[in-house]
Design a protein around this ligand. Structure first.
Ligand code: 4NP
Length: 155
């Protein structure tokens, strides 16, 4: 299964989601490929934000090798599930190429934690370091729910 995590810059939230879900899949021996992208290109080519790297490393996950890239219409073909980490990101994805059929692949990330939720992962970009741990925890809980959901049906 190929999964894409998408936020705005691809430097704060989606790199954490990529790192955490990839780690969980690896631990469970799942053949999942997890990537991430951003709907804007301000940070293309950059490594994840230092506080995203730090909070992941504190939990045993090294995301320093990731490199920010921009979401494109081609991603609709490449991935089975595309997770928008926030509602504004979901709308951007819709603008980039979402026909109704393609948008079936796109889900709001936090709806996997709580069905029907329209909540967004808060953007820690505008705040200080204290914002990163709560964001990490929210992402971790949601990734756990995703693994549970997609492995429970195949047991
Ligand atoms: P992210 O955070 O979407 O979680 O990577 C942001 C990073 C940079 C910007 C916006 C959000 N920016 O506008 O530069």
């Amino acid at each position: 299964m190929k999964i894409l995590m998408v936020c705005l810059g691809n430097i704060c939230r989606s790199p954490i989601a990529e790192g955490v879900l990839a780690q969980k899949a690896k631990e469970r021996g799942l053949d999942w490929q997890v990537d991430s992208a951003g709907t804007n290109r301000y940070h293309t080519g950059e490594a994840p934000h230092r506080f995203s790297q730090k909070v992941c490393l504190q939990h045993g996950i090294d995301i320093s090798g990731q490199c920010a890239r921009t979401f494109t219409a081609k991603d609709f073909e490449q991935y089975d599930i595309i997770y928008a980490l926030a509602m504004d990101v979901y709308r951007e994805i819709e603008k980039i190429g979402g026909t109704k059929a393609l948008m079936n692949k796109v889900k709001l990330f936090l709806s996997e934690r709580e069905e029907g939720s329209t909540a967004s992962v808060p953007d820690p970009w505008y705040g200080d370091e204290s914002g990163y741990l709560p964001v990490y925890r929210l992402i971790e809980e949601t990734c756990e729910a995703i693994v549970h959901k997609y492995t429970a049906s195949s047991l």
